[in-house]
Design a protein around this ligand. Structure first.
Ligand SMILES: CC(C)(COP(=O)(O)OP(=O)(O)OC[C@H]1O[C@@H](n2cnc3c(N)ncnc32)[C@H](O)[C@@H]1OP(=O)(O)O)[C@@H](O)C(=O)NCCC(=O)NCCS
Length: 430
């Protein structure tokens, strides 16, 4: 079956998470992705937090499925020649090196255009080119801090907090993937490539749209009525505060304890008081009279009492129900809610397995392992999630396709311009 990106060839000079998440998605959509890796070392994640000795770490296998691997040192003259040939033949080059690293290798955007005007160049950095921080190297949590997320996450009496989800890394990769697909479409029209750049800070800010909304409201009104601070009578500062587990919109919500919370750290549900569903919510919580009672009937009236209402629900509705029983009960009343899922529950969830959001992949060195599959579902095709490549597994095949003879390839391997390490035996790192 034809896939959307069939025929698109990508030079993947990405590492760690942000870039690899992008090119992996494009590979699932049919692109041929060739990962360029350091000779004898590969992507650092191959040996980060290994769970099996001498076998590529899950960090690598989960972010580099469906790709090929070429070990190449583009900092040597011969290695440069190989990369130049690839640039001339491929459709895209995607990178997320530290600032200036690709330029120092001799592959500036100007040079890439000279080599191939149709090339689409995707680049991830921590900050945008004009930023006063543009020289900084950036990892996930740095981006969450720079993008505003940390300042609005956590508790008002605690420090800024980062989320466990990769709002800096994988999120930026997904943004870049959208940009690259748009650039392919534009190239269909104009015949020309272009540079597509996404900074981790900007991608993170894009997820903080409603927090910017709140900043503007705070400046205008001096308070944010739906934030817990308002219900708890706390002062507002001049910047959006951390709101604990409050809902981001006008529908107050909170994480509520269910039966077993004393011993199970995830025995909770998220409960939302949806204004337009207040009558049924009141019924669900055993207080039908609150539907009409002016003390409770409007969102405005409920706000100062919202934590009392949540406490009432915990004590009287949820205390004798597990999180799943609670959701089964509340769903009858159309209450927006869900159990707090642990990663263990996600890993073994039958529905997620069936839909392909969690998939099992067979890897030639590691055997079977679980990974997150494609979250986007299509009617015309189903992305197939395949194993990640061993280090340098496709070095020979790639060089032969570029026209190098067996002899030349052997020479380049001997000179460490390229490599075919296959099983990386370097010690595991964190
Ligand atoms: C992620 C990051 C912090 C890692 O930093 P790092 O491990 O020091 O690695 P860099 O990407 O800066 O690369 C280091 C060097 O390796 C070199 N290198 C990379 N691939 C190479 C290869 N195949 N052969 C030889 N050298 C190679 C680079 O040329 C660079 O050299 P230089 O800085 O001396 O000129 C950094 O790449 C970064 O800030 N990237 C942009 C933001 C980003 O994507 N972060 C998210 C990570 S999930």
């Amino acid at each position: 079956m034809k896939l959307p990106l069939d025929g698109i060839k990508i030079i993947d000079m990405t590492g760690v998470q942000a870039g690899p998440a992008c090119t992996q998605l494009l590979a699932w959509l049919g692109a041929e992705v060739l990962k360029i890796e350091r000779v004898g070392e590969g992507d650092i994640t191959r040996r980060q937090l290994r769970d099996i000795e001498d076998v590529d770490a899950l960090y690598f296998t989960q972010l580099n499925s469906n790709k090929k691997s070429l070990e190449l040192n583009p900092r040597t003259p011969k290695g440069k020649e190989v990369l130049e040939k690839l640039v001339q033949e491929y459709d895209m080059l995607v990178e997320n090196f530290g600032p200036g690293a690709l330029d120092r290798m001799g592959f500036t955007w100007e040079r890439l255009q000279e080599l191939n005007p149709r090339l689409i160049f995707g680049s991830i950095k921590g900050f945008e080119e004009n930023s006063r921080y543009n020289d900084l190297k950036v990892y996930e949590n740095v981006a969450q801090c720079a993008g505003g997320s940390a300042s609005v996450t956590g508790w008002w009496d605690g420090p800024p907090t980062v989320a466990g989800a990769a709002l800096g890394d994988s999120n930026t990769g997904m943004h870049l993937a959208i940009g690259l697909i748009a650039a392919v479409r534009q190239r269909d029209i104009t015949g020309k490539g272009q540079k597509v750049a996404v900074s981790m800070q900007a991608a993170n800010i894009n997820l903080n749209r409603v927090k910017l909304r709140d900043q503007l409201r705070l400046e205008k009104l001096g308070k944010l009525e739906e934030y817990p601070q308002e219900s708890l009578g706390l002062e507002f500062d001049d910047a959006v505060p951390r709101g604990g587990n409050a809902g981001g919109g006008g529908q107050p919500g909170w994480i509520l304890k269910c039966k077993g919370w004393e011993t199970d750290p995830n025995a909770y549900i998220y409960f939302t008081i949806q204004g337009q569903n207040w009558k049924r919510t009141a019924e669900a919580i055993g207080k039908p009279e609150w539907a009409e009672d002016p003390e409770y009937a409007t969102a405005q009236a409920r706000l100062p009492k919202v934590f009392d209402i949540f406490k009432y629900i915990e004590d009287n509705v949820l205390a004798d129900k597990t999180k799943d029983e609670a959701v089964d009960y509340l769903r009858k009343f159309d209450i927006p809610c869900a159990p707090v899922k642990s990663m263990k529950e996600i890993a073994y969830d039958e529905d997620l397995r069936e839909s392909g959001t969690i998939v099992e992949v067979d890897h030639k060195a590691r055997g079977k392992y679980l990974t997150v599959g494609c979250p986007i579902k299509f009617t015309a095709f189903t992305p197939e999630i395949k194993e990640s490549p061993l280090l340098g597994e496709h070095t020979r095949e790639t060089l032969a396709l570029l026209g190098y003879s067996e002899e030349e390839i052997e020479e380049m391997i001997a000179e460490k311009v390229v490599g075919e390490t296959i099983h990386l035996k370097l010690e595991s790192t964190i």
